[in-house]
Design a protein around this ligand. Structure first.
Ligand code: SF4
Length: 475
């Protein structure tokens, strides 16, 4: 039997309420308290017997809480992001001070694209893993010499070495279930997403997205542009296992970049879930045909998370979204007619944005009227085509993607559209979408039917207004 190092997987404490979990396409503190699951860490944790996963932000653990853990482990693997990197380095240094013999590695898209630069940030970091790091970490936890582990950059005698790249994982069923790690190490009630039922559980059924949107982090780093999938049976078996671990879960969410990229498979999984009788949701592109929507709905689909991004065809073309506005309209009509809820996500300040396209997008959102929406600021993450373009064009007016409180900042500015105006457009978008009688009555209707939901919505409403006020004062 293989011996393993005592391994700690840590999503470090950084900003209060910081959401850097797997589903967080923009790692930041949200409008309302939200946390995605640390699925990227849970996956290698499932491959390392005896390990422990600690997700500090939802558990409200501070540096003082996590630092003493260093003494109990041989190896610590920290998941980081562009927004939290500086904080995460400080956590690594604190762990090292606590236990100088602790070995520390960083994982995550941000460091994967700039491995040596990340290593150079602190002598506390011994290694940085490349894009898909599950088996890389497993081999390190087996105490193999770093030189023999593919997909790694590491520190040795004051300089950095790089091992050959690790090929993308093809046998996705070789990944053990993450729900066993969630069950062992996490408190699922600590995970909230405003538009999902509570408690929820999210996981991946595959990695990669066929689309090539220039701003999108995961397919350009960890996942790639082929949708590599787990078998239908493997996915359904994991959800069956989850129902045994968590009988109180109200909703399962499939966090694949685009779960609907493979329609026959999505339908087959749906039928398996239908037999289990669970309620579920997933990410989707705004082009799923009506016939598929019906199959998904009839088998427990409750909500689709749809990246519309913009209501301007010119902006969508400019960022290679690969979606036609008329198709998105038709899809939304079909989904709503079938009673499927939609959470739409939009981005302000993408290349091609103008004052007119901002208005066009707000009008579009009001017209298609998703049940809820999220408006983000364009975020050029290192490793994306958008980042390269922004550097070349001189659009990067700011470098910090989040402010001192962890909220998203507006970093891209154009000669015809300053970043301050883009920042302000988010608030105006939210106000013009939500502060309409139809939306307010919709929320009130939901709240009178369900007292628990009523309490949750009131708290979220207060938090949302505080968020708008805070943005207003920092504008
Ligand atoms: S379709 Fe969605 S997940 Fe795929 S590249 Fe575009 S934004 Fe990213």
């Amino acid at each position: 039997m293989t011996d393993y190092l005592r391994t700690l997987f840590l999503h470090p404490p950084s900003f209060q309420g910081f959401d850097g979990g797997a589903g967080a396409r923009y790692q930041a503190r949200r409008e309302i308290r939200s946390f995605w699951y640390p699925t990227w860490l849970a996956q290698p944790a499932a491959l390392v017997p005896g390990s422990r996963l600690v997700d500090a932000p939802p558990a409200e653990l501070t540096l003082d809480d996590v630092a003493p853990l260093a003494r109990d482990y041989d190896l610590a693997v920290l998941h980081t992001s562009a927004a939290s990197f500086a904080h995460d380095v400080r956590v690594a240094e604190a762990l090292k001070r606590e236990s100088p013999r602790l070995r520390i590695g960083f994982v995550g898209a941000h460091v994967a694209v700039e491995r040596e630069r990340a290593l150079g940030a602190s002598p506390a970091i011994e290694f940085v893993a490349g894009n898909e790091f599950d088996f890389t970490i497993q081999e390190i936890a087996q105490d193999r010499p770093l030189a023999s582990v593919a997909g790694l950059s590491y520190r040795v005698n004051g300089h950095f070495e790089r091992t050959p790249e690790r090929p993308p994982l093809e046998d996705m069923d070789s990944l053990p279930f993450v729900v066993d790690v969630y069950h062992r190490d996490l408190v699922i009630e600590q995970y909230f997403i405003g538009y999902l039922l509570h408690p929820y559980v999210s996981l991946y059924t595959g990695r990669g997205c066929r689309s090539r949107c220039t701003f999108c982090l995961w397919p350009q780093t960890v996942g790639g542009h082929r949708y590599r999938t787990r078998s239908v049976e493997h996915v359904v078996a994991e959800i069956a296992q989850a129902t045994r671990h968590f009988p109180n879960v109200k909703e399962y969410f499939f966090d694949d970049d685009t779960f609907t990229d493979d329609l026959p498979r999505a339908e087959a999984i749906a039928r398996g879930l239908g037999r289990l009788g669970v309620t579920w949701s997933c990410n989707a592109k705004a082009n799923v045909p009506d016939a598929t929507l019906r199959v998904l709905r009839d088998n427990g689909l409750r909500l689709l998370l749809v990246g519309y991004e913009s209501g301007s065809q010119a902006v969508l073309n400019r960022v290679k979204k690969g979606i036609r506005i008329d198709v998105a309209r038709e899809f939304t009509r079909s989904a709503k007619a079938l009673g499927i809820k939609i959470h739409g996500t939009f981005i302000m300040g993408l290349p091609g944005e103008t004052r007119e396209t901002i208005q066009e997008t707000i009008r579009f959102a009001r017209e298609i009227d998703p049940d809820s929406l999220q408006v983000s600021l364009a975020a050029p993450y290192p490793g994306t085509a958008l980042y390269q373009e922004a550097l070349q064009q001189g659009w990067l007016e700011e470098t910090a993607l989040v402010d001192a409180g962890g909220m998203q900042t507006s970093v891209l500015g154009y000669p015809h559209l300053p970043r301050t105006e883009i920042f302000a457009s988010v608030e105006s978008f939210y106000r013009r979408f939500y502060f309409r009688p139809r939306k307010i009555f919709g929320f009130l209707r939901e709240m009178v039917q369900d007292p628990a939901l009523c309490r949750r919505r009131l708290a979220e409403g207060r938090e949302f207004l505080r968020f708008l006020a805070r943005r207003h004062s920092s504008a």
